[in-house]
Design a protein around this ligand. Structure first.
Ligand code: UFG
Length: 339
């Protein structure tokens, strides 16, 4: 199949393209590079030995987007392109609504016009808000606590409405838990702008000496050691989940929603200690106040994806840390580290 990947130069997108290539799909990328670099696509081509057709603009650009659909026969779209920083979304909500919501609506309009009605959508466990209990299955109540999360929930709702109005659409909504790690080659990985917001990239920058110490946001949660618990999933497992979702799309089975997680939760301190084992050094940390909007525990019940997509995460925390560390040491400045 020919797959249009929006946001394909980003962290999850770039890893997904490699799995798509392995499964013999043709890949076309549209990405405005607002939070990613073209170097990632160069390295993807080097790893998979296949070409990626790249368009450098935003999905908000309707005319240019139509041009892609005119010149290529697209079978399915995997839609990653979105802003994703929680704190920034609180400070600049309209930026998030414009980019994430208007971008998705524009994409869906163009797809509809060209009669391409197959889409895999990147959602997030953030749509479960503060869950009543763990593990979380797909039927849990949805709620959000910040504009970023609200855009993800709104995009899910928009897709539901589109499907209700026209059941020729095939839609798979994937709710990711916490993606970490990197490709085995050490050539592609997560490359956050500035100081990382997320735990694993923060820890790896402490390990490589770019940051002094980790601030552990709260040690008084009702968890194993008082620190927040999350379901970390290796980005390559997550990437492969999209290949499985494509098979579901070709079954013509309407709209389906899946959690992509491992089903196991790790606390902040457990994650820190796993990373220490991977990099072979002790890492400095201090306990700091809770971060606003954080919840105690969040981990998936991933059984539905196993049952219906025949997909399951296979890489453990040790592998996640080893791979993240390899990427960080080989590329201390991310893609700016050069060749
Ligand atoms: N944490 C720290 N110190 C840090 C960073 C994080 O202690 O410097 C803690 C957090 O308090 C939390 C855990 O590490 O307990 C994980 O935090 P992340 O920021 O890595 O991830 P979150 O679970 O907060 O959020 C992530 C994504 C969101 C997404 C959400 C879905 O960043 O985009 O998962 O569950 F919506």
């Amino acid at each position: 199949m020919t797959i249009l990947v929006t946001g394909g130069a980003g962290y999850i997108g770039s890893h997904t393209i490699i799995e798509l290539h392995k499964a013999n799909h043709e890949v076309i990328v549209v990405d405005d590079l607002s939070n990613s670099s073209k170097e990632s696509l160069k390295r993807v081509e080097e790893i998979s030995g296949k070409q990626v057709k790249f368009y450098n603009f935003s999905v908000l650009n309707k005319d240019k987007l139509k041009g892609i659909f005119k010149t290529n026969k697209i079978d399915t779209v995997i839609h990653f392109a979105a802003f994703k920083a929680v704190g920034e979304s609180v400070a600049f909500p309209l930026k998030y609504y414009h980019n994430n919501i208007s971008g998705t609506v524009t994409l869906l309009e163009v797809m509809s016009e060209f009669n391409v009605k197959n889409i895999v959508f990147s959602s997030s466990a953030t749509v479960y808000g503060d869950p009543a209990r763990v593990p979380i299955d797909e039927s849990f109540a949805l709620s959000v606590t910040n504009p970023y999360g609200r855009t993800k929930l709104m995009m899910e709702e928009i897709l539901q409405d589109v499907y209700r109005a026209d059941n020729k659409w095939n839609i798979v909504i994937l709710r990711y838990f916490n993606p970490v790690g990197a490709h085995k080659s050490g050539r592609i990985g997560e490359d956050p702008n500035g100081i990382p917001n997320n735990l694993m990239p923060f820890i790896s920058q402490v390990a490589v000496g770019k940051l002094k110490e980790l601030a552990v946001f709260g040690d008084d949660y009702n968890t194993v050691d008082g620190t927040g618990v999350r379901d970390y999933i290796h980005v390559v497992d997550l990437a492969y989940g999209h290949v499985s979702a494509l098979k579901k799309i070709t079954d013509n089975s309407g709209l389906n929603i899946y959690n992509l997680g491992t089903g196991k939760g790790y606390s902040v301190l457990e994650t820190l200690h796993a990373f220490e084992a991977a990099c072979g050094k002790k890492l400095k940390y201090k306990v700091a106040p809770r971060r606003a909007g954080d919840i105690a525990s969040c981990y998936a019940l991933p059984d539905k994806a196993k049952r219906e997509l025949d997909w399951q995460a296979t890489r453990n925390m040790e592998e996640m840390c080893i791979d993240a560390w390899r990427w960080q040491t080989n590329n201390p400045e991310g893609y700016k580290s050069g060749k």
